[in-house]
Structure formats: C-alpha cells, structure tokens
Design a protein around this ligand. Structure first.
Ligand SMILES: [Zn+2]
Length: 502
C-alpha cells in the first residue's frame, strides 16, 4: 500500500463509471451507489473529494468517454493528489491503446489511484499488475490526445502552476485548486546547506559528503552525489520559479526510433516563469552560486586557502545565512552578507569568545567527571509531549474533513482552517525532529571522548594556519548562531553553540 499516511488532507477526484457486470442496470442507481462507496473510501483515507466525474455514456473508446478526457487533462497538470475509482478496471477499461495514455498521465504526474481495495502509485513502477496494461499506442491517436493535453499544460504555464513531480525540498499541494508546491522543511534545510556551502567555496563532491553525513537522503537514490547536488544548485525552482522545456521527449516509434528518447536541453533553451510556490533559497545566494558555477566569480577560499577560521561555522540568527569574514578599513569583521540583516562584530572578538566557550565546556566536563551521566528523562518527556501534540493536530486535520463532509463548513472556511492546521503541523514536525535529534545525541554522548577532542583543538589552535584552525573548529563544533542588535557595543553579541557529539 503506497503512502497511506501521507494522503491525509490531500485533494482528489472521484471517477464514476458502470462496470461491464452492471451493464443493463439503472445507471443513476449504480452511480449513486458508487458515489457512496467512494465517499466512504475517501473518509477512510482522510482524502477530500474536490470533484466527481460521473461517466454516463459507456463507450469503449477514450473519445466516447468525455468525463475521462476531462479527468485526464486535470491529472496531467497534477491538479489532484489522487483519483478514486471502484477498481482499476474502471479507469483502464477500453481498448488497449487507450490504457497506455491513461496510465502514463497518472505516472508522469505522480497521481495516485485509490480503490476501496488498494492504493496504486504508478510512479513507483512496482505494481506488476500494471505492467500488462502498458502497451504501444497508435501515433495518430496519441497526437490528437497530446494536443488536448498540451493545451491544458499551456494554461498551467501561464498560471504559474507546478505540474511535474515535486523536487527535493518540496511537496506537491494545491492552492485555489491549482497545483503548486509547499516547502518540506526536513529536506529544505539541506537545500539551504548546499547553496550556502557552495557560495562559501565548497565543491559539489564535498557538499554531497557533508549533507549525506548530516542525514540527507535524495528521492530516488540512497545518497547525494556530485551530480545530484549540482542539479539542485542549478534549479530555479528553489527561488520560486518554474522551468519548462528542460527536456525534449521523443516518444517510442515517433520518428522510427525503437525506444523513448529524452534529450536534455541546454539552459538557454529553458523557459522560466514565476511560480506560485514559495522560494527555499534567497535570490542573492542563488545568483552567487550561478556566478561561481559559470566562473564569473571566485569565492574567497576557492583558491584553496581558507582565510577565516570560522568559515561555514557561524550562522546569522536573523536569516540563517553564513556569517562571512570581511576586511573593512584594514580590520577583519564578521558580517552577514544580507544587506542590513544584523550588526557585524570584530572578527577577533568572536573568535576569542568561541575559544573561551570551548575552554568552559572542557572545564565543566572535567568537574563532573568521572561519574557524570546525563539524565535522559527530560529529553524523553519533551519528545513524548511533541509527539502527543502532533497526534492531536493530525486528528484535528481529519476532523476538518468530517466537518466539511457533514456540511458544517463551507469550502472557504475549510481551506482557511486547513491552512492554519497545516502550518501548525509543519512547525510541530520541525520540533519533533529537533527533539529526536537531541535525544539521540544525548544517548550517544561520551564526555571523555569529547573532552579529549576539545583539548586537542585548543592545544593545536594557536600554532595553526587559518585553514587548519577552521578544520579544527569544524571537528568539535556543529554550528554557532550569532546574534547582535544594531547600535550596540562592540562586544554585545550573543553566540549560541551547537557542539558535535562524538
Ligand atoms: Zn542575516
């Protein structure tokens, strides 16, 4: 069963059609019964039925099935997360060549097929039962249908809708019944890491290793590679754009070729438009990354020399961006690269504070040694509490559907409430991840190992080069969050440390 849990709150269509067995029975009565069953099925899955497509005429050919054609256009542009029908046969019945078209539309848009018996995810390519439906279609028929579908696609382009599968960092969603993307924070945070590291002068291979070590997993393989990172760094979707014409498809048999051929078009052939979806990456960071890729700009330590011992470690509390070392009036400063974001500080003051913190930590560990064992109970309680809140929010979400189905809510009210619940859910998911991470770290914590690591860093620090200092600090510090209000004294900044647990 595919994605049972994930379907909660998603939008679907219901396709109604008589089966071969029911031929000769009263159409109205049959479709009314199916409507009832599918509504119950939707409730079970927590799906919201946006529209019914009742097929009254029962033709064998696709052209004699106007509702199916209408549904296919919507599926092709990804309007629905799922389509409900009584059984797979209901969708795919007809001559074999139609089935190829129908199933391709579901597969390409990542739309699920939900029957009372089973959930099918055609983009997974695991459902063997479906293999038999795959079949060659005639060129002429494909062309006619393709033309209709392209017209639908053209409309989406103008609307800023997103029709392909959601890229890493996003989930598909609908806004005013138009398909678009919403940020999926557990992945989006890694997208930002990739962009920031690249802007800091790291290569794609190093970034891939870094995010893999941080627990990032791409959608279609087990780990990020240099290529998959480069692909993410070049994708304008992350600044809220939609890209068309990245690929040209030549269908099987279209030009006498035996296989389906995909041609990757160069960026100058892409069409880029504004999307409806929110950006994950700042435009400035994105542009800087593109400049570095095109060789128009070389980041400070791309020449192999790291000038800042704090490179990649200190993040701005306001925007989350990397704080940079920059020399102004012959004095090195640490500043946020976003204009007017937060006040800068003298580099040495920050560096000094970092070293002092490490000394403090070392001393504290030594004082508590050797009997010190961290109490896990508070962390476990936090995790349990967040988990309960998450469950409550999920129940609330399911309840919204019920209220809508019962007619207690009209659609605008439902949407408004649902948006609020979704926001709450994503904040809770972030808190849950954070709490789970802290607990995991606490369980793995070994004070003796940490103390000896910090000692090694402090011992070697003052005789090291900037690059070595940077590597030393990276070995014991995960990140440092920097905060300073404008017009405050030079030393009035706060640092929040997140040490590595070894
Ligand atoms: Zn900032």
């Amino acid at each position: 069963m595919a994605q049972e849990k994930d379907m909660l709150g998603q939008t679907c269509a219901a396709y109604l059609r008589k089966s071969r067995m029911e031929e000769g029975m009263d159409s109205e009565e049959v479709l009314r019964r199916h409507r009832q069953s599918l509504t119950e099925c939707a409730q079970r899955h927590g799906l919201y039925i946006a529209e019914f497509y009742p097929e009254v005429v029962s033709g064998e050919s696709l052209y004699a099935r106007p509702q199916m054609l209408r549904l296919l256009e919507a599926v092709e542009v990804g309007r629905y997360d799922a389509v409900l029908c009584m059984d797979l046969d209901r969708l795919s019945r007809g001559r074999m060549k139609d089935q190829g078209i129908i199933l391709d539309a579901f597969k390409d848009s990542g739309t699920l097929i939900v029957t009372p018996e089973k959930v099918y995810d055609l983009s997974d390519e695991i459902d063997d039962e479906l293999a038999e439906f795959k079949t060659f279609m005639s060129r002429r028929e494909y062309k006619i249908i393709n033309k209709r579908l392209r017209r639908g696609l053209q409309r989406s382009i103008q609307d800023g809708c997103y029709v392909a599968n959601a890229p890493y960092g996003y989930k598909k969603t609908t806004a005013d019944r138009r398909p678009t993307l919403e940020i999926y924070e557990p992945e989006a945070k890694f997208v930002r890491v990739m962009y920031n590291l690249y802007a800091d002068g790291y290569g794609c291979q190093a970034i891939a290793s870094q995010v893999n070590a941080m627990g990032a997993r791409p959608h279609r393989s087990s780990a990020f590679s240099r290529n998959s990172v480069a692909k993410i760094l070049r994708n304008p979707t992350y600044i809220g754009k939609i890209v068309w014409d990245q690929k040209t498809h030549i269908r099987k048999n279209a030009k006498g070729n035996l296989k389906h051929i995909t041609i990757y078009n160069p960026p100058e052939k892409w069409t880029i438009t504004d999307g409806l979806h929110p950006p994950i990456v700042e435009k400035e960071v994105y542009d800087k990354v593109q400049d570095i890729m095109a060789g128009r700009y070389h980041p400070a330590h791309n020449d192999g020399t790291v000038k800042s011992p704090l490179a990649g470690l200190v993040k701005c509390a306001n925007c989350g961006g990397n704080m940079q070392r920059m020399v102004m009036k012959q004095q090195p400063y640490l500043l946020c690269t976003r204009k007017g974001c937060c006040a800068s500080a003298k580099f040495e003051l920050v560096e000094e504070r970092v070293l002092h913190h490490l000394e403090d930590v070392l001393e504290q560990i030594r004082l508590k040694q050797p009997a010190h064992k961290q109490d896990l109970a508070p962390l476990e309680e936090t995790l349990a509490a967040v988990s309960r809140e998450l469950q409550a929010a999920n129940r609330q979400k399911a309840r919204l559907h019920e209220l809508l189905e019962l007619g207690e809510y009209d659609l605008p009210t439902y949407r408004e409430r649902m948006a609020a619940v979704r926001e709450k859910l994503s904040a809770l998911e972030r808190r849950y991840e954070d709490a789970a991470h802290r607990l995991e770290q606490a369980k793995a914590y070994n004070p003796t190992v940490q103390a000896s690591n910090i000692q090694a860093v402090l011992d070697a620090y003052h005789t090291s080069t900037a690059a070595q200092k940077n590597a030393l600090l990276h070995s014991v510090i995960e990140k440092i969050v920097y905060r300073k209000e404008k017009k405050t004294k030079p030393a009035d900044f706060e640092l929040e440390f997140n040490l590595k647990i070894l």
